[in-house]
Design a protein around this ligand. Sequence first.
Ligand code: NAP
Ligand code: ZN
Length: 349
Amino acid sequence: MQVHAYGAHAGDKPLEPLRITRRPPGAQDVQIDIAYCGICHSDLHQVRAEWAGTRFPCVPGHEIVGRVAAVGAQVTGFKTGDLVGIGCIVDSCKHCADCDAGLENYCPDMVGTYNGATADAPGWTLGGYSQKIVVHQRYVLRIRHPEAQLAAVAPLLCAGITTYSPLRHWRVWPGMKVGVVGIGGLGHMGIKLAHAMGAHVVAFTTSESKRAAAKKLGANEVVVSRNADEMKAHARSFDFIVDTVAAPHDLDAFLVLLKRDGALTLVGAPPTPHSSPNVFNLITQRRTIAGSMIGGIPETQEMLDFCAERGIVADIELIRADQINAAYERMLKGDVQYRFVIDNATLAA
Ligand code: NAP
Ligand code: ZN
């Protein structure tokens, strides 16, 4: 089946309208009419070939929400009309230790929603900047938010789970002092989620203009990270810091803010490496630097339900498909509060 999509033919070319083919749903497949798709900074890294290995044409998009349009004969959990989401994973081996643990995100054969190897034409997966997608039922998430919030739910499928998973893994508890570095798509969800878990949340930003807005998201304190005195006031005080910044920066500036045994977990994925941290900032307080990538399917469902119960959604700016290239430029300038979401109905316009 042919559908309208938006994608690029090369890393130095803008995104443009495309026609792509979706497979007919197999026995285990769910076919989804996509209503909205969020724009993640990973979409920009990938489609502009900032990360290695982009295959063109590239159709980004892994913050997908919509309605089930058809299901295969062996699909048990979903029926036509259900509100569902697809995040960053559309396949995995389904039998390794990671898949058995519900950590499909760490399966060596995990297939990303775009740019992943697949038997479908053209040989790599094409993402959510499109009218429809067909996905094995294992990777389909149920959305329990009211339909009116659907567009603002889309960013939970990547920005939400990517911050929720490390907050859970590093066992954020009420009263724990948690830092969130970078107030973009991921960071603003990190603030909301850590606040909902009862943490004392400190947001770090390079943008003075985000100071007031970060408090509204649930930050107890906001630190402008370029201000050395503000940073120094928090030395050796954090249990946990999650760093969402999309560009290389000074990790030592945040390491020294951790208490003994504290952890700095990187989720931002800049195309070029950070400079190496000073080992003395690790050994002298038994600190850890770690990383975390999205989350498994069961935890993604847990996060969606956690958010539905508490009325948590992303703060979004809804755009038409023909505004995607301009949205990328604005995202690079930090000029969005805090996530662009595409109205996929405009793909056919
Ligand atoms: P975003 O909306 O662009 O937010 C990134 C934020 O980082 C900016 O809003 C800005 O916040 C801060 N920043 C500071 N200096 C920057 C610079 N020189 N360039 C860019 N940002 C700078 O991006 P996002 O969608 O949240 O994604 C953030 C990163 O996480 C990206 O690298 C993305 O690929 C990665 N990611 C990783 C995973 C994973 O599984 N680990 C999943 C999704 C995305 P302030 O203005 O507050 O300083
Ligand atoms: Zn993403």
